[in-house]
Design a protein around this ligand. Structure first.
Ligand SMILES: Cc1ncc(COP(=O)(O)O)c(C=O)c1O
Length: 430
């Protein structure tokens, strides 16, 4: 089974996608004029709906939750609404499986510290050399608590293959921590195949869905994962993170909390105050995607929790389909400019990746490429992409690394061609 089979079918490539109408919903795109946002892997722009939700929170109920007056009750209601929305977005079995917080890294750390306290005969943690360092270093830190680290290595195609995971799993495996999609190479992992193997060995699987989030439908039940983490700022919401965990597992985890916080999810994962305005923005971001799905599916009437799940799924499948066109065109333009593309390069494998490309131009440093792009009003990034181990695997210095261009559904073919012109010019002038 390939990665696409594991995440559900995208709509047929080429299906009508309202890119222009959606762009109009992102005020930052208009304010930026000719500037092209091609650094979305470091954070995407947000739709008007999200801005309004953040503003409304700050203007009308910027108070602490848990009191008895109207504004504080409104905060409680907003958090409950946002939890239900995110639960629908990831297809959770119940809203209490969703916890809000600062970012993905702090959630990975929180879960890893709790897992670290449960190590016994099962003390092996499997990590990968494709992952963002946030999902590696956090687990490596458990060595001090008696963990033994086992490496699941990507193959030369820039992908993690489930067949390579199988021989690493033993009766001592406690957990597999892996990315659903590489924030550098854009390759998608077959999460379900990895989860099936992991569970057959009696272990648990932690999925880093931060980079996959804006590109396809998240379905924790279809993935059959145990934990999954995501960052709001990659999926059209403000800076915040959320964690989904299987309720029974969260219930058992020894997390840090003050004595007055009951030992039940989600409260036991959310000690302290988080940025409520951004949680409100996260709710609105799911609303934006739900609205898109509703429009595409031609549904009318007010959405409810069930229809929100379905609407979000339709939206994310349509996004996947449109992004495949962007992927094919970006790959074509990069090849035409003589770029060395790292990871999946073949058009036939477009369904196994998202439009995030790392590349280099022979004889031209990554920094020079991004500087030339910046002069042409295009935002792209150079460096190690927070995956220094991956850079070593690719035979590159983490100091200089690669150039990364990362698109989302509000990007267009015309923008790709403008990047192509910059690369062509660089190639001409050297
Ligand atoms: C795949 C992946 N995992 C983890 C992170 C870290 O997320 P956060 O900044 O929310 O801690 C990122 C951030 O870019 C990422 O792309």
């Amino acid at each position: 089974m390939n990665a696409q089979a594991a995440i559900g079918q995208a709509a047929p490539v080429g299906a009508e996608f309202p890119a222009d109408a959606l762009r109009a919903q992102f005020p930052a795109l208009e304010r930026a004029g000719p500037f092209i946002f091609f650094d979305n892997a470091a954070g995407a722009q947000i739709p008007r709906l999200v801005l309004e939700a953040v503003n409304t929170h700050l203007l009308d109920h910027n108070v602490q939750r848990g009191g008895r007056y109207p504004q504080t009750l409104a905060v409680d209601a907003m958090i409950a609404r946002s939890r239900a929305s995110v639960a629908a977005f990831v297809n959770a079995r119940r809203p209490e499986e969703v916890a809000f917080g600062l970012n993905a890294t702090s959630f990975i750390r929180l879960i890893s510290l709790a897992i670290g306290q449960t190590l016994g005969v099962r003390n092996e943690i499997i990590v990968t050399d494709l992952d963002h360092e946030a999902n590696v270093a956090t687990w490596l830190a458990l060595e001090r608590m008696g963990a033994r680290i086992v490496w699941w290595k990507m193959r030369a195609d820039g992908c993690l293959h489930a067949e390579d995971l199988a021989p690493l799993l033993t009766p001592r495996t406690r957990l597999v921590a892996c990315t659903l999609t590489s924030n550098a190479l854009g390759s998608i992992t077959n999460a379900r195949a990895a989860a099936d193997l992991t569970h057959a060995a009696g272990a648990e699987i932690f999925l880093d869905s931060v980079h996959y989030g804006p590109h396809g439908p998240i379905d924790v039940q279809a993935f059959d994962c145990d934990y999954l983490v995501c960052s709001g700022y990659k999926i059209f919401a403000p800076h915040m993170g959320f964690l989904w965990g299987r309720y029974e597992l969260l219930e058992r985890l020894p997390t840090f909390r003050e004595d007055f916080i009951p030992d039940v999810p989600p409260g036991k994962i959310e000690a302290g105050t988080f940025a409520y305005e951004n949680v409100s923005g996260m709710d609105a971001a799911v609303g934006y995607l739900g609205r898109l799905g509703r429009t595409l599916a031609g549904r009318s009437g007010a959405p409810d929790a069930h229809s929100l799940r379905e609407d979000a799924r339709v939206a994310m499948n349509a996004i996947r389909s449109y992004e495949q066109l962007l992927t094919l065109e970006t790959a074509r333009v990069l090849r035409e400019s003589g770029a060395m593309i790292y990871g999946i390069d073949a058009d036939a494998r477009v369904a196994e990746r998202v439009p995030t490309f790392c590349f280099n131009l022979a004889g031209i440093s990554p920094a020079r490429v991004t500087e030339a792009a910046a002069r042409a009003d295009i935002g792209i990034r150079d460096g190690h992409m927070y995956a220094p181990r991956l850079m070593h695997r690719l035979g590159l210095s983490p100091q200089t690394g690669v150039v990364r261009v990362s698109l989302v559904h509000y990007n267009t073919m015309a923008e790709i061609h403008r990047l192509g012109n910059v690369l062509a010019e660089l190639r001409r002038t050297g």
